[in-house]
Design a protein around this ligand. Structure first.
Ligand code: GDP
Ligand code: MG
Ligand code: K
Length: 310
């Protein structure tokens, strides 16, 4: 069901900021569900992901951007940059996320781009839990306000879920009065195929530490639902199951062996962890098969990018 009343508000909110400031963590914790992937590495999120938060007063459709890059080194980065900027079209509000009291040149470049859009921008000072001396916060907030006319400034800790309710209130102030855009039950407009590939990619990033580059990709080869059915031989009922086959593409043979791990231990763990997350998210039994292949230089090759769906 979709709540509607005369004062109901709905709109799109872009989450913008340089890599690793906590954009994905913020969106996940605002939603209370794990939709966008996070890791300790920058640039984990390559795609626009909509997360949808609906309560009695409003519906917020979040767009998690890959981050706007100041330097475009390779084809993939340029695409990420375009995705980030296009994510800003048709939004009602921008959350500009920064890391604690750090204020870098990159942040200023992003702000320049934001000021060209004329959108209201709320400054979210994330990782407030890392600010040891809280008395430093106020002078910093003042200096932030000098460099840009923010609609509001909200310090939060996405990780510890501090002040997120206040942030939702502030967002509501800037959304138009409008009926809900999506069904309240709908938590994402992304396909399950896409979510499956993101979950696998996250698990690889988490288990392989710094050894694996950002530019690996996961292709879903098969995504097949088998409904619950009675086994013709035994007469026993079998639960519904989804069969997922996925190929992980890397650039070099060395990366392939890192991902596979000693006697296949690492890829096995990736499969177990990914399957568990998928079973929770999709709410059914999953049979997951993973393959690792070397696809040389794909992140530099426009044609390869197209064939992988970027
Ligand atoms: P993104 O690249 O901007 O999407 O950043 P992520 O959400 O992937 O977060 C990057 C890193 O910062 C992860 O290790 C998070 O756990 C960490 N992080 C995110 N929010 C907070 C926070 O409020 N406090 C602290 N201490 N760490 C955070
Ligand atoms: Mg992210
Ligand atoms: K990240």
């Amino acid at each position: 069901s979709t709540p509607t009343n005369d004062a109901f508000k709905a709109g799109f909110v872009a989450i913008v900021g340089r890599p690793n400031v906590g954009k994905s963590t913020l969106m996940n914790h605002l939603l209370g569900q794990k939709l966008s992937i996070t890791s300790r590495k920058p640039q984990t999120t390559r795609h626009r992901i909509h997360g949808i938060l609906t309560n009695d007063e409003m519906q917020i459709v979040f767009v998690d951007t890959p981050g706007i890059h100041s330097k475009e080194v390779r084809a993939i980065n340029e695409r990420m940059n375009k995705a980030a900027i296009s994510a800003l079209q048709d939004v009602d509000l921008v959350l500009f996320v920064v890391d604690g009291l750090q204020w870098r040149e990159d942040d200023l470049l992003t702000l320049e781009k934001l000021s060209a859009t004329n959108l209201p921008v709320v400054l979210v000072i994330n990782k407030a839990d890392t600010i040891k001396d809280k008395s430093q916060l106020l002078p910093h907030i003042e200096s932030f306000s000098e460099s840009f006319d923010f609609a509001d400034i909200v310090p939060v800790s996405a990780l510890r879920r501090h002040n997120l309710e206040r942030l939702v209130q502030v967002i509501g102030d800037y959304l138009p009065v409008r009926p809900a855009i999506f069904d309240a039950e709908q938590i994402t407009d992304r396909s399950e195929r896409f979510l499956a590939s993101e979950i696998i990619r996250e698990k690889i990033m988490r288990t392989s530490g710094d050894e694996v580059p950002y530019d690996l990709t996961v292709q879903i080869d098969t995504f097949k639902d088998e409904p619950a059915h009675q086994d013709p031989e035994t007469g026993k009922w079998r639960r519904a199951v989804t069969f997922i086959d996925a190929t992980i593409f890397v650039e070099r043979a060395g990366q392939k062996s890192i991902i596979i791990g000693d006697k296949g231990a690492r890829i096995k763990q990736v499969g177990i962890d990914a399957r568990k997350d998928m079973e929770v998210l999709f709410d059914r039994k999953i049979m997951l098969t993973l393959w690792v292949k070397v696809k040389r230089g794909w992140s530099d090759d426009e044609r390869a990018l197209n064939s992988l769906g970027y």
